[in-house]
Design a protein around this ligand. Structure first.
Ligand code: MN
Length: 250
C-alpha cells in the first residue's frame, strides 16, 4: 500500500508532517508538497515555467508548483511506482462549503481521483495553533477504514476536524457542503510608491450552515466527512435548458 501525501500550506507546514507521521505505520508514505504556502491555488497547473523537484528527507520532496502540480507529477511519471491513494493536509484552517472551490488542499485530493482508491482532504478548523494530533488521528482512522472497506474509487472525501482534543469529539457526521455569505470587501492599501494595492479579504461566515451541512457538524463538535464529485453538471437543469434552447430565434 502506497500513500501520497501532499498539502497546500507548503512542505514545512506542521500539518503535513503530522499527517505523514500518522500514516507511516499504515503504508509506504511519499510526500510531495509545494515549496511554499499555496493556499487558495485551487486546481491550477503551472504551464509557464518548468517544475523542479528537490528532496528534503527520505521519500519527501518539494516542488516549485501548486498542490495540483505536486500530485500530478507524483502520479504521472516522477516515480517508477504507482500510488494507491492521495491524502492531502492537514490544512491549517477550514475547508467548508464554498472553500472547496478555492482550496489547494482539496485540489490535491481531486488530482488523485484516477488512482485505485478514494482520495481524502483533511483540514483542521483552527486559526492559531491547533490540535493537529486530533486531525492526524482522524485521518489515520479513516485511511484504515478505507483499506478494510474501500469506497468507490472516484470518491473524494472532504474531511474537516474541529479544533479540540480527540476525546472531546462528538463523533463523525456525513455532511453536504453548506455555503458562505459573500466574502468581505478587498482591502485597499498603498504601496511605497503611492500606488493602490489590494488584499483579498477573508471568506464570509456560513450562510447555509443548517442541518446536514459541514458547518453544522463542526459547530456541534463533530468530524465532518463530505463526499465530493468532480462532475459540475447541473443535472436537474438539463431538461429546462433544452426547452430554453429550442425557444431561441430561428
Ligand atoms: Mn492551506
Amino acid at each position: 500500500m502506497r500513500i501520497l501525501v501532499s498539502n497546500d500550506d507548503g512542505y514545512r507546514a506542521e500539518g503535513l508532517q503530522r499527517l505523514a507521521d500518522a500514516l507511516r505505520p499504515l503504508a509506504e508514505v511519499t510526500v510531495v508538497a509545494p515549496d511554499r504556502n499555496r493556499s487558495g491555488a485551487s486546481n491550477s497547473l503551472t504551464l509557464d515555467v518548468p517544475l523542479r523537484v528537490a528532496s528534503f528527507g527520505e521519500r519527501a520532496y518539494y516542488v516549485n508548483g501548486t498542490p495540483t502540480d505536486c500530485v500530478h507529477l507524483a502520479i504521472s511519471g516522477l516515480f517508477d511506482f504507482e500510488q494507491d491513494m492521495v491524502v492531502s493536509g492537514i490544512n491549517h484552517g477550514a475547508n467548508l462549503g464554498d472553500d472547496v472551490l478555492y482550496s489547494g488542499t482539496v485540489a490535491a485530493a481531486i488530482e488523485g481521483r484516477f488512482l485505485g482508491l478514494p482520495t481524502m482532504a483533511v483540514s483542521l478548523v483552527a486559526r492559531d495553533g491547533g490540535h493537529f494530533d486530533t486531525a492526524a488521528r482522524v485521518a489515520s482512522e479513516l485511511v484504515m477504514r478505507l483499506m478494510r472497506a474501500p469506497l468507490h474509487s472516484s470518491m473524494i472525501l472532504n474531511v474537516n476536524v474541529p479544533d479540540m482534543p480527540y476525546e472531546h469529539l462528538r463523533g463523525f457526521r456525513v455532511t453536504r457542503l453548506g455555503h458562505r455569505h459573500r466574502s468581505e470587501s478587498v482591502v485597499r492599501a498603498t504601496d511605497p510608491h503611492g500606488r493602490a494595492v489590494y488584499w483579498v479579504g477573508p471568506a464570509g461566515e456560513g450562510a447555509d450552515a443548517g442541518e446536514g451541512t459541514d458547518f453544522a457538524a463542526i459547530a456541534a463538535g463533530c468530524v465532518s466527512v463530505t463526499p465530493l464529485q468532480v462532475d459540475l453538471t447541473r443535472h436537474t437543469a438539463l431538461a429546462d435548458l433544452d426547452e430554453w434552447l429550442r425557444g431561441r430565434a430561428p
